[in-house]
Design a protein around this ligand. Structure first.
Ligand code: 5GP
Ligand code: MN
Ligand code: MN
Length: 333
């Protein structure tokens, strides 16, 4: 099975093996948390030549910079020798790895840990569990199978990942098993209150003002999405410059927008380049937004998905409206 192959791929590594961990671009709590938590487990197993990286700008978003294991992170560097093993976290496809996809292809072997239903099946060994609430659930299972004893440092990243992807244990994916996993992680001595405050409830004053401005121009379209309603807003690079904020602060915006009672579908369009927009989509359950995202070149889960659109803001929002109107979206029973 894939599990047996994954265990063997790690356990049979030679002592001098070079291991590289990678995760998706614009890494979130699951990408970084599962990667660093698992990385600390590998270190515990005696893997010495171990590095972790992600595509794009090397800055770790401030909310995650304190996590144990950040010392494993290195800037993406093409001069780094070809790894014996690449392990990839939380990426549904190679396109989410940017330039790092190449590292995966040239490595001795590759292992993919993920939980996206839309996962393309890339990587030599693929551990994809679409029922897992976070990639860290898959990572923890592999650590268990490798016989690694969980400690608080590993548990921190794995917990950040689980808390992030379940919306702090609020989303539908929050099963009894998720709470049992969380209980195991918390039992190592980590402090959930402290972790939640750092990850979810801390942002610079400039970001608070920026949110005010961006939320102030949110638009409600009650007739969109087959009458289920769409609420959307956008943020430009100029907004970030004026409030002197890094791009990652915008990741939390969707959580304010999606509160809108009158809309099932919520959307934040974030300028990523001159005519390039990173789009976050959320649904409260009436509409499958992963279909919108996939139709527009992205992916994700039924109720949380995204894509990158090239064009003007009006064009990108127009495409979303069209997908929501054209029946690309199947109302969920
Ligand atoms: P977020 O809105 O938080 O950036 O992403 C929500 C979900 O959509 C994530 O689980 C992620 O997998 C997926 N997603 C977001 N942006 C993209 C994208 O550009 N391409 C793909 N394939 N998936 C995306
Ligand atoms: Mn992710
Ligand atoms: Mn995830």
């Amino acid at each position: 099975t894939a599990w047996a192959a994954a265990v063997a791929a790690v356990r049979d590594l030679p002592a001098a093996a070079r291991v590289l961990l990678v995760c998706h671009v614009n890494p979130d709590g699951d990408a970084l948390g599962s990667m660093l938590g698992f990385g600390l487990g590998l270190r515990r197993l005696g893997v010495r030549d171990l590095q972790a990286t992600f595509p794009g700008p090397p800055e770790v978003p401030e909310p995650f910079r304190w996590m144990p294991g950040v010392d494993l992170l290195v800037p993406q560097d093409d001069a780094y020798p070809v790894p014996d093993l690449v392990i990839c976290f939380d990426a549904a496809s190679e396109s989410r790895l940017g330039d790092l996809a190449d590292r995966l292809d040239t490595a001795g072997t590759s292992l993919v840990l993920d939980h996206h239903a839309s996962n393309s099946g890339f990587g030599r060994i693929s551990l994809v569990d679409p029922h897992a609430a976070a990639t860290s659930v898959v990572a923890l299972e592999l650590l268990d199978r490798l016989g690694v004893t969980l400690d608080a440092e590993m548990a921190t990243g794995l917990y950040v990942a689980l808390a992030t992807d379940t919306g702090s244990f609020r989303f539908e994916a929050t099963t009894p098993a998720v709470h049992e996993t969380a209980a195991r992680l918390v039992a190592t001595g980590i402090r959930p209150g402290d972790i939640s405050r750092r990850v979810f409830d801390t942002r610079p004053f400039g970001a608070v003002r920026l949110f005010g401005e961006v939320l102030g121009r949110a638009t409600l379209e009650p007739a969109a999405a087959a009458g289920h309603g769409l609420v959307w807003t956008y943020a430009t690079r100029d907004d970030l410059v004026r409030h002197d904020q890094p791009a990652y602060v915008l990741e939390a915006l969707i959580d304010s927008v999606r509160c809108t009672a009158e809309a099932d579908v919520s959307c934040v369009v974030k300028q990523a380049g001159e005519a390039e927009w990173a789009v976050s989509l959320r649904s409260k359950g009436a509409v499958d937004v992963s279909r919108v995202a996939v139709a527009l070149g992205g992916g994700g889960h039924r109720f949380a998905a995204g894509f990158t659109g090239r064009g003007s803001l009006d064009e990108v929002v127009g495409w979303i409206r069209a997908e929501l109107a054209a029946g690309a979206v199947t109302p969920v029973a």
